[in-house]
Design a protein around this ligand. Structure first.
Ligand code: SF4
Length: 228
């Protein structure tokens, strides 16, 4: 895919901050809210160090202790984030016997997605991401920054619902040469990085964008801001 090749030439290999273990990746999603990767990582690592990213240990620690640990993780009330972390632990115990990776491995593709979507904060994009980075699927994944880049480049049309636009984004990647898990991971990380650093939601830096020569939005930006 030429877009990914151009981004790779520009950024090199983008870092993937999130854990590869499926349960840890879900806890990572829920420990913080609307913060950068570095702050999320600090909260996650403290939870890992002081309690352990394990359903049994999280449930044994209880809400008050978890709330204290996740408090620096952003805007929403820490008690609600603690509740979500505990909900993740309960679902992992009830639906996966405490071993989410084993339960996912034992399921087919549809069963994996159904199981993952039981967890707080996990819809289709989150399920795709967890499965890809845990090595359980080679299907491409996108998050909101990467999808916005594809929309602005004209590869994907913005539709009435985010989920429909997301499905089109995945179909575009699949049909444009993103064929292996390592290519899908690279595309995910580079599109995300570009959306965060250059093609930002409200103020894209088209003047210094490596994709501007072929981007239809570069000419019109300033008067039109995509909400993707
Ligand atoms: S030229 Fe502008 S709108 Fe197009 S991808 Fe680059 S930053 Fe985004």
């Amino acid at each position: 895919m030429t877009t990914v090749a151009a981004l790779r030439a520009c950024y090199g290999k983008a870092e993937h901050a999130e854990p590869s273990d499926p349960f840890a990746a879900i806890v990572w999603e829920n420990v913080a809210y609307l913060v950068d990767d570095e702050r999320r990582r600090r909260v996650f690592e403290r939870l890992q160090r002081d309690v352990g990213i394990d359903p049994d240990r999280l449930l044994a620690a209880g809400p008050a202790r978890i709330e204290t640990i996740v408090a620096p993780g952003g805007g929403m009330q820490p008690s609600r984030r603690a509740d979500k972390v505990l909900e993740c632990a309960r679902i992992a115990m009830e639906c996966a016997g405490g071993d989410l990776r084993a339960a996912l491995k034992a399921s087919d593709e549809r069963g994996r997605r159904t199981l993952l979507k039981r967890f707080p904060g996990i819809a289709d994009p989150g399920a795709d991401k967890v499965l890809l980075f845990s090595g359980l699927s080679g299907r491409p994944a996108l998050e909101s920054n990467g999808l916005r880049v594809l929309v602005r480049l004209g590869h994907v049309r913005e539709r009435a619902s985010y989920s429909a636009t997301y499905r089109d984004g995945i179909a575009f990647l699949s049909s444009s040469g993103v064929a292996t898990a390592s290519e899908a991971k690279l595309a995910f990380d580079l599109l995300r990085l570009h959306g965060r650093e250059t093609c930002t939601r409200t103020k894209p830096s088209c003047g210094r964008c490596v994709l501007r020569a072929t981007c239809p939005s570069a000419r019109t930006f300033g008067s039109t801001v995509s909400r993707a």
